[in-house]
Design a binder for this molecule. Structure first.
Ligand code: KG4
Ligand code: ZN
Length: 328
């Protein structure tokens, strides 16, 4: 069964066709990053207007790339939240109109759940129970998954999300936007040369990254950072601190819960240092989507929609956006 996925929760306009929740037939992503770069971050009003301009061409491209006619599509899945209200509304209304025009079932999907399902876009399927770490621009969630559609949130960020911390630290270091890829690039070939704090929050599965961000701010304020090598050293030190905390806390929880596997997802999971740390330290197999499926895309929405469909979880045309939707 082929599902059309639509994703507009933040600053990527995306559409994809995925067969049986696993095989990507087409996957089109139009990024707005160049538009928002000049503001140093996402401007919600600009994002929703840009989605309006891009969404139909992106949808057409996804159908053309899939060489699919509407008769080949079994359902339309769309992100309903969490995300920016104005951005979500564009995708949800396009999905409703498309499903209605072609007589297709409509499936509203949680964006965080969709990030996890990027791990099913693969021949090698994850095994339950598994522990999912979602690290994106808005979330750092640790979620226990016992079966399809069964999520138990164990930990969350108490302040900045991991991706948000990367973006803010990059801005402080003058490395530009988006910060995750900028810090990763700057850190290549550099060793962590500054001592930065790690918030372990012992006894809790929560995370905290705002202290680390403030430490970078103080480091830059109190020292001369005109030498690019020092900036690279600070970037490597920051990245190492985030990687250490995410890896150690997730593995501790995995051992405590006796899960079979660990699943990474979200934009920060595109970070190679994080992936290497997990694969070399985890006692259980680790699933990590390829970088293009870690960041926002619609293939993960279609994959997630497939499992909703299997569970009979369809939505009516009254489905609405839920900007603060959480998981579990
Ligand atoms: O999942 P995503 O594309 O969008 C949200 O749902 O938020 O995640 C975007 C976040 C941004 O904060 C970005 O800086 C971060 O993921 N990111 C990375 C990398 N690529 C994207 N962080 C660290 N290393 C990367 N390579
Ligand atoms: Zn996302």
């Amino acid at each position: 069964m082929k599902i059309l996925g639509i994703e507009t929760s933040c600053d990527e306009t995306a559409a994809a066709v995925v067969e049986d929740g696993a095989n990507i037939v087409s996957n089109v992503v139009a990024s707005q990053v160049d538009i928002h770069r000049r503001y140093g971050g996402i401007v919600p009003e600009v994002a929703s207007r840009q989605h309006l301009i891009t969404v139909l061409p992106v949808l057409d491209s996804a159908m053309a790339e899939a060489k699919a006619s509407w008769r080949d599509i079994g359902a339309v899945a769309v992100t309903v939240g969490p995300g920016l209200a104005g951005s979500l509304l564009v995708g949800v209304n396009v999905a409703k109109a498309t499903a209605m025009a072609h007589g297709l079932p409509l499936i509203g999907v949680n964006h965080l759940e969709a990030h996890i399902y990027a791990n099913w876009l693969n021949k090698d399927k994850p095994e339950f129970p598994c522990l999912c770490l979602i690290v994106s621009g808005g979330h750092s969630d640790l979620v226990l998954m016992r079966g399809h559609g069964q999520f138990e949130k164990l930990g969350r960020t108490r302040d900045d999300a991991a991706g948000e911390a990367f973006d803010k630290a990059a801005r402080i270091l003058g490395l530009g936007y988006p910060g995750g890829p900028a810090i990763e690039k700057a850190a290549i070939g550099s060793t962590p040369s500054f001592s930065l704090p790690r918030a372990w929050l012992k006894g809790s599965d929560d995370f905290s990254f705002s202290g680390l961000k403030t430490a970078v701010l103080h480091l830059v304020r109190d020292n001369d950072f005109s030498d690019p090598a020092r900036v690279a050293g600070a970037a490597a030190s920051f990245q190492q601190a985030v990687v250490d905390v995410l890896t150690a806390k997730t593995i501790q929880a995995a051992e405590r819960l006796g899960v079979k596997q660990i699943l990474l997802s979200g934009g920060v999971a595109a970070n190679k240092a994080l992936c290497d740390s997990f694969t070399s330290n985890s006692p259980v197999p680790v699933h990590i989507p390829p970088p293009g499926l870690c960041t926002d895309n619609a293939a993960m929405v279609a994959a997630c929609g497939y499992y909703h469909y299997q569970l009979g979880k369809l939505d009516g045309f009254d489905v609405d956006v839920v900007p603060s939707l959480s998981l579990g």
